[in-house]
Write a protein that binds this ligand. Sequence first.
Ligand code: HAM
Length: 420
Amino acid sequence: MSKNTIRSIKGTHDILPDQSWRWQQLENHVHDFMHRYGYREIRTPVFERTELFARGVGTDTDIVSKEMYTFRDMSNNSITLKPELTAPVIRSYLQHNLGRLTPLTKLYYIDHAFRQERPQAGRYRQFHQYGVEALGSPHPEIDAEIIAIAYFSLLELGLENLTIKLNSIGSRECRIAFRAALQHFLKPHLGDLSETSKSRFNTNPLRILDTKIPHEIEIVQGAPAMSDYLTAEDVQHYNQVKSHLNDLNIPFEEDNKLVRGLDYYTRTTFEIISPALGAQNSVCGGGRYDGLIETLGGKPTPGIGFAAGIERILMAAAVSQSEEPTVLVYLIVIDDDGRSTAFKLLHDLRDKGINADMDYLHRSMKSQLREANRLGAELVLIIGSEELKDGTVQFKNLKTGSQKAIPLDSVLAEISEKPD
Ligand code: HAM
């Protein structure tokens, strides 16, 4: 590659043809899966007003305070490339008053997200998520449905040995009391905390529970537990979620230190971890956000959802479950006289829904045959002036090696019958 060649930006990736098939498979699967559960697709713009994320996700979160791609447009508006999808989906739900159509709105998406994080395996600056948002029900069955969708969709995509981590962080009110108790507990340890945790002490002390630093893990071991601050209704809700998960045989581990990095969560929070990944082992995260719709200007409406990282799923999934569709028929042109007949026949085959291709480089017959094999073609049609005089083409099955002359006008019928 010459030094004049322009390269992609750090943390972004091209999805090349040998990988895009796996993406298409995953996307098709997600569409089918979501329809089974009664969710309909929503697509929102790539960029939004910065204020949407500041208000929705929270100014004290890492995402908003240091990871967003924010810029001014020509009208001096502050614009942000979406770092997550929940806030845009709620914005759209409110703007188009989707709640008037049905009291429970079930939406899903497959989309990009952008975060200016330090790139490493499984952590990128442009990445992709599929996810769902169910807006309108406060009841625990929908919490269990959301976790079931996350879990079973990942299993069907070929992930194995998944662990669901589950927690309830209660209503906003009990979180305020818990935050005060946590600060009280951490204060004497402040000197021992890392710079990141020190700065989180005031802005977002719950995130310190999530620390990966060994001596901090020891410190927070003795911290007060969120579960002691839940109200009786929160506890009842959480118990019902767990009971519905048990009914569906969905295994989960309770983790009362599971604090998600976004501010909008209330009550149920969960993550799904895959052992096939390294440090970035969370394939999916989600939870309930009963205050978010109100924060973004709507009537108080409960909501819950999750998002799963597609790059991480493809890293963790066993090899692709079915093979990429190949060219079924390859047309080989022996001499110039056959070219226009072949070109027309190629169109007729494709028009009938048959995967077909031919050589556009005027190569030798040997090279064309090599290309047919490289593409994985099953059938080859050999078209030359000699055959055309009799109105025939050579019909060769590359799998069995059999070859015969057939009339040009019976090619379509012959292929549809899948002859040997
Ligand atoms: P999140 O935990 O920030 O949640 O992201 C969800 C998933 O996206 C992660 O578990 C991970 O698989 C993937 N992911 C996140 N950041 C990156 C990155 N930099 N590179 C690659 N993959 C990444 C949310 O985004 C919430 N909006 C989920 C939600 C929906 N909660 C309720 N509804």
